[in-house]
Design a protein around this ligand. Structure first.
Ligand code: SAH
Length: 241
């Protein structure tokens, strides 16, 4: 065997090894996702098959820093920088189920964060409009979503309290940061027959997850579900101070 043939052979062996490691990696995360679904989500009562199927697929680890990949599928929120977190997988599943998404829906999310919740929704609805107030997080989520081909998500950097009037009204609205009171501007951007899922309450303590329904006459009904703990939904003014 001459030097050329030998180096070709080494090249092929190296490629095979790399592919095998990549394959193992992919496999390992999909096994972790299946365990997450069983142990954290189905065991706590989430039954929506579409939500379960989408969360079995969406690679949560790719929405966080590589240093956190080993714990990407653990049962809790994780830091994403700027004092913010990606929500606990169970909360993402529970809120998505409560939202009752459908393939023709246009959905507004407040609090893009890592982009993970937006990615899960993107697989279930027609279009997701998501707003993030921290520019670095908004830009990074936009890049991740683009890289992973979630083409039906639009990310805006701005103040979620204003909603997205240009694209309103929405079939569904979801908040992943907690305002102290229900923001009326967002209720106004909900379609008749629409549904909104949001944590509401004081900062860090005593928040409830609410479901708001607007009937066909525009009348609004509110229902409490779980006690929760979300990062606060801040006002633009506070960020500038
Ligand atoms: N849905 C996210 C989790 C977000 S944590 C995920 O899947 O990763 C809540 C996010 O809301 C934070 O990134 C925070 O910066 C953002 N946020 C807080 N107040 C906001 C506001 N007024 N408008 C838009 N985003 C806001």
């Amino acid at each position: 065997m001459n030097v050329g043939q030998l180096s070709k052979l080494i090249g092929i062996a190296f490629l095979a090894l790399t592919l095998q490691i990549a394959g193992q990696d992919k496999n390992e995360y999909s096994v972790q996702r299946t365990t997450m679904i069983e142990k954290q989500i189905v065991s706590r009562g989430v039954t929506d098959e579409e939500v379960i199927s989408v969360m079995t697929d969406v690679p949560r680890h790719l929405f966080i820093d590589e240093s956190q990949w080993p714990i990407a599928y653990s049962d809790g929120p994780l830091p994403i920088g700027h004092g913010q977190t990606i929500s606990q997988p169970y909360i993402v599943a529970f809120m998505t189920e409560l939202l009752q998404p459908d393939t023709h829906h246009s959905v507004l999310e407040i609090g893009t964060g890592s982009g993970y919740q937006a990615a899960v929704l993107a697989r279930l609805v027609h279009h997701v409009y998501t707003i993030e107030i921290v520019p670095e997080l908004g830009r990074s989520a936009r890049q991740t979503l683009k890289r992973l081909s979630y083409d039906n998500v639009s990310v805006q950097i701005g103040d979620g309290y204003k909603g997205w009037p240009k694209e309103a009204p929405f079939d569904r609205i979801i908040l992943t940061a907690a305002p102290e009171e229900v923001p009326q501007a967002l209720v106004d951007q909900l379609k008749p027959g629409g549904r909104m899922v949001l944590p509401v309450g004081p900062r860090w303590w005593g928040q409830d997850l609410l479901v708001i329904e607007k009937d066909s006459t525009g009348e609004v009904m509110e229902k409490k579900t779980l006690p929760v703990r979300f990062v606060p939904m801040v006002h633009e003014q506070e960020r500038k101070n």
